[in-house]
Design a protein around this ligand. Structure first.
Ligand code: RFL
Ligand code: PHB
Length: 394
């Protein structure tokens, strides 16, 4: 027996991208069904991004899910870059008139789930064997298995919001899809700890032993990262070893304020730059990590995903309201222009702030010269600041 369903937009993936799209569509009276191969509890517990651009906050406001963010989010007006112990503050507010907000992706996801559940959004969790078909015809189909039954959803459009390892991108024929990739020769070892952050603002540090980042989720919860080898393992890092290395890489001034304690999360993430083009194939639109990945150094992944959704939702709403397809027809070119600029920034900041095993003494001097230039030039600092707070939507 096949269970047959129909909707306007079938959204694959209940990460921040898919949830925000379903909310923006619902606000405009457009029906969607969201499917995910995991369940709500699993999705909500994934610890990831922490820094929201002003445009991301505006999108969450527009969606009507920013009340808690405004109560609990921490507005940040600057951050520090450190190089072998020297520190330079990028005053993003003074340089751009904008700020960023520290508010975890887990919280964004919770707020979106709460609202979607309260409004009766249709979800299918724990789906398996998802297949997309008829992408080039007016009615497309998403089929999957759930609790041993076959389900088929027919729809006008499919939103592929299923992350880097999802099925949507793979459903685009290989002679159509072009991919661009750079894999970095190191990872980030991250920990979360119930202790006040070492500094009120983020510190990105390049030390001879490797990169370190001091971040936070609140005034009592800190998030720290260390550059590590790709084949490293969390079991190689006791909390004590982590604290010792972090103190060394952040430098004595910051280390003097470091409050240590038992970590309650420890994981290693690889770093990658990746773009897939085009981001539309027939009735399928790709958005977020399904289409592009940035290394986390610029804090851009979630923000870029939200920017895609703002453009996609605008196009879909216009289609259903007035039959005007101009924005959905230009979706891929429009978002890709911004995607590449954000890829450039994330790659550049990653290149400046990490120790690359293949770097010669010349490249190391180049990194140092770039840091010195940044520290002395308002123009260079402004360029970093305007990218960090978020480039305008196209
Ligand atoms: P997600 O969050 O990966 O969600 C995709 C969803 O799709 C589901 N899925 C499927 N569902 C059905 N069928 C299939 N075949 C499926 N395959 C997958 C998955 O279960 C999942 O629920 O993608 P989305 O929505 O595009 O959101 C992207 C963001 O999650 C990501 O870009 C950020 O987390 C990146 N990122 C950061 N971004 C920032 O903007 N600021 C940051 O400070 C920041 N820090 C980070 C980060 C990512 C990190 N890691 C671990 C990758 C720090 C880290 C360490
Ligand atoms: C985080 O808090 O997880 C975080 C902050 C800034 C980044 C990356 C990750 O650039």
């Amino acid at each position: 027996m096949t269970k047959k369903l129909n909707t306007s937009v079938c959204i694959i993936g209940a990460g921040p991208c898919g949830l925000l799209l379903s909310q923006l569509l619902a606000n405009a009276g457009i029906e969607s069904i969201v499917i995910d191969r995991k369940d709500r509890a699993y999705i909500e517990s994934r610890i990831r991004a922490g820094v929201l651009e002003q445009g991301t906050v505006a999108a969450l406001e527009e969606a009507g899910v920013a009340d808690r963010l405004h109560r609990e989010g921490l507005p940040h007006t600057g951050f520090d870059l450190a190089f072998d112990g020297d520190r330079h503050r990028i005053d993003i507010l003074a340089l751009t008139g904008k700020n960023v907000t520290v508010y975890g992706q887990t919280e964004v996801t919770k707020d979106l789930f709460d609202r979607r559940f309260a409004e009766g959004q249709k979800f299918h969790f724990n789906v398996e064997d998802v297949r997309l078909s008829d992408l080039k015809s007016d009615t497309s189909t998403v089929g999957f298995q759930q609790d041993g039954a076959t389900v088929e959803i027919t729809c006008d459009y499919i939103a592929g919001c299923d992350g880097f390892r999802g099925v949507s991108r793979q459903s685009i024929p290989s002679d159509v899809l072009k991919t661009f990739e750079r894999v970095y020769p190191f990872g980030w070892l991250g920990i979360m700890v119930e202790k006040p952050p070492v500094s009120h603002e983020l510190i990105y540090a390049n030390h001879a032993n490797g990169f370190a980042l001091a971040s936070m989720r609140s005034e009592t919860r800190s998030r720290y990262y260390l550059q590590c080898d790709l084949d490293d393992h969390v079991d190689n890092w006791s909390d004590e070893a982590f604290w010792e290395e972090l103190a060394l890489r952040l430098g004595p001034e910051a280390a003097a304020n470091l409050q240590t304690g038992p970590s309650f999360e420890k994981s290693i993430a690889p770093l990658r730059s990746f773009v897939a083009e085009p981001m539309r194939y027939g009735q399928l639109f790709l958005a977020g990590d399904a289409a592009h990945i940035v290394p986390p150094t610029g804090a851009k992944g979630l923000n870029l995903a939200v920017a895609d959704i703002r453009v996609l939702a605008r196009g879909l709403v216009e289609h259903y309201r007035s039959g005007n397809d101009q924005h959905i027809d230009t979706y891929s070119e429009t978002v890709l222009r911004r995607v590449w600029k954000v890829e450039r920034f994330s790659w550049q900041l990653s290149t400046l702030m990490h120790q690359f095993p293949e770097n010669s003494p010349f490249e190391k001097r180049m990194q140092r010269a770039e840091f010195d230039y940044l520290s002395q030039s308002e123009a260079a600092s402004k360029s970093i600041a305007e990218n960090y707070v978020g480039l305008p939507l196209e």
